[in-house]
Every structure is written in structure tokens, then in C-alpha cells.
Design a protein around this ligand. Sequence first.
Ligand code: PBE
Length: 575
Amino acid sequence: MNITKIPLGEWVDSLVDWITVTFAALFSFFTNLIDGLLNIIVDVLSVGPPIVLIIVLALLVGYTSKWPLGIFTVVSLLLVDNLGYWDSTIQTLAIVLVSGFFIILLGIPIGIWCAQNKTVQNIVTPILDFMQTMPAFVYLIPSILFFGIGVVPGIVASFIFAIAPAIRMTNLGIQEVPKDLTEASDAFGSTSSQKLFKVQLPLATPTILAGINQSIMLALSMVVTASLVGAPGLGADVYRAVSQINVGQGFEAGLSIVFIAIILDRITQNIRKPAYEKLVSRKIVLSIVGILIVVAALFNTFTKEDTIKGAGSAIGESTNYKIIGIEPGAGLMAQAKTAMKDYKLDNWTLVEGSSAAMVAELKKAYSKKEPIIITGWSPHWMFASFDLKYLDDPNGTFGGAEEINTIVRKGLKEDAPGAYTILDQFSWDTSDMEKVMVDVSGGMDPKEAADKWIKENNDKVAKWTKGAQAGNGEEIKLVYVAWDTEIASTNVIAKVLEQNGYKVKMSQVEVGPMFAGVANGSVDAMVAAWLPSTHKDYYESYKKDLVDLGPNLKGTKNGIVVPKYVDIDSIEDLK
Ligand code: PBE
């Protein structure tokens, strides 16, 4: 029986499109609000040299959870600073604090409301179940469309993912207040708000705080995920390490996250009954912290004026000095970083995220004719869909035209000679690749788009398969990164191999793992090595374990790209 697929995905797409357009003003208000709040927190946390914050945190941890933990805090944070993760740590702390702030702001009232009203509870509970079980990655997708790339969609996704315990535990805490106490307060004629604030909430506090503690831990666990859409901090460091297979860096950044987790956990867990409450009352400590925050904030407002004035270009002002990048491990990103040094773009930031997030951001800016600066490459369908231009690169930092090479593991020639021959003879033009990419970007399944191209280009495919022995159902493992170019080429070659008797398994990975996988022989081949410059570092470190079959496509290009309506022509104009 053939029942047509329910277009659930399409419905969600149109709903999200509609929301994006209809509530655009609201979203940009929230984006600015969250961004602003985050910047204030980052400024406050980094007001003095690291040691200032380290001492304040250590005192706070020591006060709430005894002195040995205070010492632990000093030692661990000094280590974090020494390893070079201080700025990332501040970013991560700020992200967690902002999500935590919104979680408390909304979670507690909603929890109270649930406790007081059965209907509300019946509606909210399944929604919470849904929010907690839906993979957190999924929230990132609409978040990018609503809030753009950067830290804000990350915070929003963490908030959605992490708010549930705060609501649930507030509800539970209030409901657990013994009946006789609430009845007594009723009997003495207290109003419902008196009952809530004087009886229920005080008694529920331990449970509520346990909920907030859990929520904050969940928010912290989202930092790596959030970095996929450009949230900076320790999460981005971990993601970059994965993407470049940098074991050491991954461990260092991961360890820093562990330290932050312990510190936040201890403070939030013990703040209600601090270890040294008898020595210094909680009120005094909280007031001192409050005063410190205010002083730091004031200090910042007075000293900041000058730093902003100094440098500045019109294009920088209008784009917030942001260049929208892609996956942190991409060769293009390394080139862009070098370019920022070469052209002295000191006050600019290169936002790390993913190719898909970059394109989403481009689409958004383009539809509003807002200025945007991205890292771009060709062939790419975006040049067909939007009017774009490369900025001149007088220093030649992005190198010239390049090639994409096919690279296979050692021993493939002996193990699967037919597949080896096909991979070796695979070669096409940028216009071929673009055809596939345009179909995919238009919504066609990559496999179908590959199939369509193959049917229309039998002559070319015949050259690749010429003289190749047919396979016997052997498995060929291909790896690729989810760049539009590689999605196209890998699907095409996979299909051709399948048509010649091989069983193909495609795995999507990050760029570092792609090279490492072929080098250690756990996968068979890739058609995605941009050489000589883009993937130079990866190529150099793995080349002795690789078999390079030469180019499958010539004439690629990397660079900094802007829409044509943006009034600059050279990377030098960004300064
Ligand atoms: N790219 C596309 C990749 C190679 C393919 C330019 C984004 C990179 O920079 O690594």
C-alpha cells in the first residue's frame, strides 16, 4: 500500500517561516536584550584581572561550602587561566548566568501557577516533557532563524532545554507543603498572597533551589551544543577541538567546564544554608556581592566610553564587527583568521558556527538588505541565488584558485580495485557540481539530486567507470563534511559506486576526523580535500598515511564575501 507521507516537516517549515516574518520586530528586540544583558555580565565578570574574580568566587564557594572547596576554586581557576581558557570561561559563565536569570524569572512563576491551578499543571506538564526529550539540537534550527547566529540562539536553546526542573520543582515544593499548615494559614484569614509568600514559598525553598541548581547544570551542559550556532566560550573550544581532532585542547577545555560545573553546583546547592552562616550572615555576604556587581558595572560604564570611540568603520558599526564564519575546523576559517591578522582587523570577530548557520544568516540579512560579511567559497549555490561578490584580497591571504582532491586509504587498491579505479577517474567541472548543489538547495534530497545529475551526464560517468572491475557488494565507506560542495560530490560518487556493485556507506563528520579516518584506514575514501592551501595543515599531518589520487575538480576559490549591495570592495575597507 502506498500512503503519501504526511508533510509534517513542510508544515513546521511554513510555520517557522511565518513566525520569523510576523514577529521579526519582537525577535530583534529579544536578541538585543539578551545580547545586551550578556555583554554587561561579561564586562562585569572581566572588570579586573582574572585574580579578582577568582578570589571573589573562591570566597563565595568557601563561604557556602567550607574552605577546602574555596581552595579548590582558587587552584582550579588559576589552572584554567594558565592554560589560556580564561576568556572562554568568562563567556561560558555569562551564558549560564543569563540563561539562569531567565529560567528563574519565568520558571518560578510558572511553577507557582502550576501548583495553584490543576488545569495549568495538566497543560504545562506534557509541554515540559516534550521540551526535555526533544533533542536540544532541534531547537537550534529555528533559533538561528529567529535570533540570528551567535550567542543568542544558544542561550534560547539552553533556556528551553533547561527550564523544566525549575518549573517542576517549584510546583512540587509548593504542593508538598503540609496541608495542616496551609489550612492553618487559611483559618487565620491570610490572603492567598500572604499564604504564598509567608507559608508556601518559604517552606518550598529547598526544593525550589534544588530545581534551580538542576536547571543551571543543564544550561551548562548545553554550551557545547550552543557553540554549533556560534555561541563563544568553552563549548566552542571543545567543538573546535573535535573538529580539528585536537585531543589536548579538547581535554583542557573539557576540564575547564568541569571546574565551572563544580563551582556553580556548590554555590547554588549550599547558598540556602552556607557553611559559615554563623560567622557572617547570608544577608551581609549577598549584599557585598551585590555591591561588588554594581561597582564593577559603574566602573565599566565610566571607562568604556573611550574604548568604543577609538577605531571604527561604517561597515564595522553596521555589522557589529562580525564576520560570519562556518565550522571552526574548516580551512577557510584558518585562512580568515590569518586574513584578520594580515589586514589588522583587530576589533573584528570571526563567528564560528556551521555552513548551514552561515547560509541561514545570509538569507536573513539578504531579505532585509542588511549588510553582512561572510566567509564564502565557490563553487556554491549561494552565488546563483544571491547577488554576491568576493572582497579583493590584495595580500593574497586566501590563496589563488585551488583543486579538490580525491584521497583514499592505503590498501584500497588491493581490497577493492574497481572502486579504486572509479575514485581515481572521478573528475568533473564546477558547473556540474553547481547543478547538483542548486537542486539540493532547492529542497531536493541529495541522493535524488545525484541520481538526476548522473542520468543527465551518462557520458561523463562512463569515463569514470571505464575499465573498472564491478564490485561484489563490498562495502565502501566514504566520509565527508556537510559543506554544500561535498554533499554534492560525495552523493554523486556514492551513487556511481553503488551502480557498479558496491555497497556504499556515507558518514558525515568534521574535517579533522575526515582526514584522520582515511589515514587510519577506518574509512575508505573522501573526495573533499581542498588543496594546496585550504586543507594544507590536515594534509601535511596525515599525508604519509594517505593515498592522494589527485584532483576531481579544479578552480575553487575561498574568500570574504558580501552581498553586492554592500558598499565595499576590498578586505582593506573593513579596517
Ligand atoms: N570549504 C568548503 C572547506 C572546504 C570545502 C571551503 C568550506 C574548508 O574551508 O575547509
